[in-house]
Design a protein. Sequence first.
Length: 245
Amino acid sequence: MRIVTAKDYDQMSRKASYIVASRVILNPKCVLGLATGDTPKGLYNELVRLFRAGDVDFSGVTTFNLDEYAGLSPENPQSYHSYMEEHLFRHINIPPEHRHIPNGAAQNIGAECRRYEELIEQAHGIDLQILGLGRDGHIGFNEPDVKFEKGTHHVRLTQSTIEANARFFENRDEVPKSAISMGIKTIMSARRILLLASGPEKAEAIRGAVMGAVTPDLPASVLQLHPNATLIVDEAASAEIMRIK
Ligand code: F6R
């Protein structure tokens, strides 16, 4: 794994935006894998800035989001559909029919997972997958487990993730208990991975992901096996690996 250090969150976001923008400039029809959460908000702001400056054109780009809460309709303000609309899609020119996010409101979740995997295959896979990192080392909603889940699947969220996500909801009972998520095989099949981590609460997970054993107990550790993975980490999140180095 290539490790790029950044001073702080803003610099991490700018460095990430240059990597994503360069992919789109070099391959205007590229397929991007997108994440939600707090981490990529700065990256998305920077991409919007580059788009407004006329430096990057997203009209040929296709996107696949990592995950969506089960039981939330796309219109729900807490859904990842709404998040993507607010932080990226409504500001840039990716055609609506090129944007893909699992449908959390699907009646048949299993069928929705299979449909999503097929769509990714039809797009010839993901060129660049952007990832955030959970405090427990999760990527997408692949939670610590005894095995790596393969394809897009229905996942029960752990208590720690439910608590971490409660900040986005008015009350804790509203936080969905399950989600649809790309699996580890889906993520590892991306041709390039860009993992972002910022803040002291990620330092422990970063240490495990970068320097620990590869184990489904810390799902991000599997990225050590990816041939083209880059981590951009700020000073606070890299504190543990810098101490050991
Ligand atoms: C979001 C996702 C999650 C987040 C992770 C970190 O689509 O898949 O794995 O990347 O929970 O969340 P933040 O960035 O809010 O710390």
